[in-house]
Write a protein that binds this ligand. Structure first.
Ligand code: SAM
Ligand code: SF4
Length: 329
């Protein structure tokens, strides 16, 4: 079993996009009131005084859309300068990136994942739920700016949905040929928009790899911070390709992460909230950091048990009541 040393921190459950696959269409989303979200000081206290002492070294900031969180640059600077932080990364939809990439880099952020599900502006507008066709241009400009200020490896996340963007797999994979970029294909999960999942279904990673293999060939590769992704490369390409196959392959035994939601719940698994801890209440009720460390250590033991059972059964037993944007994807 992997050592669990990677915390994904959701900084907000709000988002300036409405991606079809992430949020239910036509339903009003219930956001947490601001006072219910962890403050920057609380996030920093948890990272520095609770998670680092129990062995966490890798931190990813996510959401919702993390770049809409006020003072995110300061928070990044604080986490980056902790001696215990070996790796700090961020996942974003890229909408605000052109304006913020330089400040994020100066604050100490070095790794960034940007969601880019299509190279076609009309398809992109449809997927992201934004009516303006310039959405794609703005995100693409953010990606270019992130590249120019030095983020390396720059990773692009693609959720492949049948009949929506599956026809673009080769074009998206081709981005890795001339650029030192990492394109990650993520299997669509029934979390967030069950109706779309039932209507469209999903495509497994091996099918996507097959398309790419037929076109160019594929060989195994490595990339920094690959987590549960299987990494490949088009022969001779500068960049790499990753495949996150949480639907077709149970990688629970390789899972090294837990997730902290924006309102302070620590969950052992994306799809399983058994034993989750309310760390915000623990902090606000004045529990000592030593006591909270003990609670977290207990949750890590429970996670081992959950992962073992999932692995043995060969699939994840979902018990979730939140969307990806609410949990922190
Ligand atoms: N807003 C940021 C973004 O879109 O990159 C960060 C949060 S988002 C929830 C994190 C990742 O979750 C994105 O790469 C997104 O594509 C992925 N995601 C959201 N819903 C998903 C689903 N139903 N199946 C697979 N991946 C999903
Ligand atoms: Fe927002 Fe990211 Fe979800 Fe899209 S995937 S709606 S950008 S949180």
């Amino acid at each position: 079993m992997n050592q669990v040393d990677y915390l994904r921190i959701s900084l907000t459950d709000r988002c300036n996009f409405r991606c079809q696959y992430c949020m239910p269409v036509g339903e009003k989303i219930q956001y947490q009131p601001h006072p219910e979200l962890l403050s920057n000081d609380e996030v920093l206290t948890l990272v520095r005084d609770v998670f680092a002492p129990v062995g966490f070294k890798h931190f990813r900031l996510t959401g919702g859309e993390p770049l809409i969180r006020s003072n995110i640059v300061n928070l990044i600077a604080e986490i980056a300068r902790l001696p215990s932080t070996q790796d700090l990364s961020l996942t974003t939809n890229g909408w605000l990136l052109a304006d913020m990439a330089a400040d994020l880099y100066s604050a100490g952020l070095r790794r960034i994942n940007i969601s880019l599900d299509s190279l076609n502006p009309a398809t992109f507008a449809k997927i992201t739920g934004r009516s303006t066709k310039d959405t794609w241009d703005k995100v693409w400009c953010g990606i270019q700016t992130a590249h120019q200020v030095g983020f390396d490896p720059l990773k692009l996340n693609v959720v492949v949905i049948p009949g929506v963007n599956d026809g673009e797999v080769l074009e998206l994979a081709e981005l890795s040929i001339d650029r030192h970029w990492h394109i990650r294909f993520i299997e669509f999960m029934p979390i967030g928009n069950d109706a779309l999942f039932l209507e469209k279904g999903w495509i497994d990673s091996e099918t996507i790899r097959g398309q790419i293999r037929d076109q160019w060939g594929l060989e195994s590769a490595q990339v920094k911070g690959n987590g549960p992704a299987d990494i490949f490369q088009i022969p001779g390409a500068k960049g790499t390709l990753g495949f996150i196959s949480q639907m077709s392959e149970c990688f629970c035994d390789r899972c090294n992460r837990v997730r902290l939601s924006a309102d302070g719940w620590l969950r052992p698994c994306l799809l399983n909230e058994t034993g989750q801890l309310d760390l915000k209440t623990s902090l606000r009720q004045g529990l000592s950091v030593t006591t909270i460390q003990e609670q977290v250590s207990q949750l890590l033991l429970l996670k081992q048990d959950i992962n073992y059972k999932e692995r043995e059964s060969g699939s994840v037993t979902s018990s979730y009541s939140r969307t990806m944007s609410q949990i922190g994807g």
